[in-house]
Design a binder for this molecule. Structure first.
Ligand SMILES: [Zn+2]
Length: 366
């Protein structure tokens, strides 16, 4: 029942301070020149899609429609040492040197505004705090509502709206300080989590499972045969999906691939890179809120079975504000103990309702 399980929800207004604007002058650089050229070629005015309104929309919706037994809290910002477990010091020094400035970091839409570094370290820190709260048994699961997102950020490169790889920083912290040896990271964002894959590519203690819209969809990686290397060979699992895949395909991927993989791996902690752009209102893939509920329940049952329920989710993408807010709400309902419905092929439920509605027109009253 909803409310049976306690869920800590991590949120901090510091993360609203990351607000890149494409009209303001950025630090002159090669990237700046290239981005300006690209923007000038567009026939429409481009605005930065990963904006503070994403988090505000989720917070406002959860305030208006609270999920029983969710508790809002926040954690401290990540330290340089915590970040340096997954990013190089040269990259971190560069990122930190941009505090207070506007700059482009990468041509594929990663920019900073004056308060971005504060927001990014808060995002990574709140992901860490979410993990600590489930390992320390303060809650059965946790959801870190953070931005900028993280799963495209590589050890030495910001990419695709991501500055610091929040979920990877949290996983590395759990291994270094919280006694978790084996960590399962599930990435259900519509885009492939290239950064997370890169960081743990040769690591047999992190099993990375990623469902995403297949290349050439951004970032173009995540092919079936990308399975890790060295000792980590077999510990990266990519499930590229066609753009039109939906609830049933997701459920099958999670039940037929993730569940047996987790059975074999026996994780000590389960983390989720939770993006809401696979929702049918958003960029690609056709998940419904019911679909999000079902995959949440599968992930929760994996955590229950293998690691005493230790489960933390970290927000990634999701750009349609309605499906982002409602999607987070649907996931929280299941995390707090709500049931997931039985899935049907898209439209079948609506047809059943329509049939019921129209039936009286053709059936004589007794
Ligand atoms: Zn995404």
């Amino acid at each position: 029942m909803i409310g049976d399980r306690k869920v800590n929800v991590f949120f901090d207004e510091i993360m609203l301070g990351h607000d890149p604007q494409v009209d303001v002058p950025y630090l002159p650089s090669r990237v700046e020149k290239r981005v300006r050229t690209l923007l000038q070629q567009l026939e429409f005015k481009w605005s930065y899609p990963e904006h503070p309104g994403r988090l505000s929309a989720i917070k406002a919706y959860l305030d208006e429609n609270p999920v029983p037994n969710t508790h809002f809290t926040s954690g401290p910002s990540a330290t340089y040492d915590q970040l340096s477990r997954v990013h190089t010091t040269s990259y971190l020094d560069h990122i930190f040197s941009l505090a207070g400035q506007h700059a482009w970091l990468d041509r594929d839409t990663t920019a900073v505004s004056p308060d971005s570094i504060k927001a990014a370290t808060a995002a990574a820190g709140n992901a860490i705090a979410a993990v600590e709260s489930v390992v320390n048994k303060e809650a059965q699961s946790a959801f870190a509502l953070v931005r900028p997102p993280g799963h495209h950020a590589e050890p030495v490169r910001a990419r695709g709206f991501c500055l610091l790889n929040n979920v990877a920083v949290a996983a590395a912290h759990a291994q270094a300080k919280l006694g978790c040896e084996r960590i399962l990271i599930i990435d259900w964002d519509a885009h492939h989590g290239n950064g997370t894959q890169d960081i743990f590519w040769a690591d047999p203690d992190v099993l990375f499972f990623d469902t995403h819209c297949a290349a050439p969809f951004y970032p173009g990686s995540g092919h079936l045969d990308e399975v890790g290397a060295g000792l980590g060979e077999g510990y990266t699992i990519n499930v590229p999906l066609p753009e039109t895949a939906g609830d049933i395909a997701f459920e099958k991927a999670f039940r037929d691939i993730l569940v047996p993989a987790a059975e074999h791996f026996e994780p000590d902690l389960v983390l989720v890179s939770a993006g809401f752009d696979p929702h049918r209102n958003d960029m690609a893939l056709n998940l419904t809120y019911d679909g999000f509920k079902v995959i949440t329940q599968i992930v929760q049952s994996i955590a229950d079975r293998h690691c005493d329920g230790r489960l933390a989710l970290v927000l990634e993408g999701g750009y349609n504000l309605t499906s982002l807010a409602h999607g987070v709400h649907a996931v929280l309902e299941v995390l707090t103990g709500g049931e997931a419905p039985e899935l049907q092929e898209c439209g079948v439920k609506e047809v059943a309702e329509a049939a019921e509605f129209h039936r009286s027109a053709f059936v004589e009253d007794d």
